[in-house]
Design a binder for this molecule. Structure first.
Ligand code: IMP
Length: 200
């Protein structure tokens, strides 16, 4: 689905940090509507079975919570924590596990819930890990997809929005652990004139 930036901006000067400008890319209203449609698509594919949501901490938490409420029927959750990003906006390119799942996924209909698909390295790592554990079904829902940045050959079964190559925060996504609580998805730009540091 194409995205459209709104005109609203906010300037933030937290302490000594470089000035950061936030621009709303996807409003909470649009997110809510899209999550509802995604839940309908998922339920259409799994009409009468329990769906086991596996959230990738921490960015997927708000998305998973909203998706779970929209899904209805029998839903359970579990969480895994992996890191693929260093501090700030730069990826280390490595994926390492910080916390594994609490329960077995063998024989379950599993939906991996990710905030954003960027290089795809995290998802590739997770799919390989989970496939070995013999789930009945293994599907992926991502809220955001930066298609241009893909390195690994992976794709989601359910995608909220395809977005351009910009660093985004809000609705669970962070910049150095900040901004996860914003209701909208926003582009962060650094510096007094809002010049982005991640344009490739
Ligand atoms: P990938 O392995 O490169 O696909 O990266 C996936 C992870 O990188 C996501 O789950 C996020 O935690 C993080 N990430 C990638 N792009 C962004 C962004 O624009 N904002 C915040 N986090 C991001």
């Amino acid at each position: 689905m194409p995205t459209k930036a709104t005109k609203r901006t906010a300037r933030v000067k937290p302490g000594q940090r470089e000035e950061e400008t936030l621009r709303v890319l996807i409003s909470h209203k649009r997110i809510r509507e899209r999550v509802r449609q995604m839940a309908q698509d998922i339920r259409r594919d799994f009409p009468n079975e329990p769906v086991h949501l596996v959230g990738v901490l921490k960015g997927s938490v708000l998305f998973l919570a909203d998706l779970a409420r929209e899904l209805g029927g029998e839903v359970s959750f579990d969480f895994i924590s992996v890191s693929s990003y260093g501090k700030g906006m730069d990826s280390t390119g490595e994926v390492k596990m910080n916390k594994d799942l609490d329960v077995s996924i063998e024989g379950r209909s599993v939906l991996v819930v990710e905030d954003i698909l960027d290089t795809g390295l995290t998802l590739k790592y997770l799919l390989r890990l989970f496939e070995e554990r013999k789930p009945k079904h293994l599907r992926v829902a991502v809220l955001l997809d930066k298609v241009e940045r893909r390195i690994a050959d992976v794709k989601a079964d359910y995608t909220g929005f395809v977005i351009p190559n910009e660093f985004v925060v809000g609705y669970g996504l962070d910049y150095d652990e900040r901004y996860r609580n914003l209701p909208d998805v926003c582009v962060v730009r650094l510096g007094p004139r809002g010049k982005t540091k991640i344009e490739a």
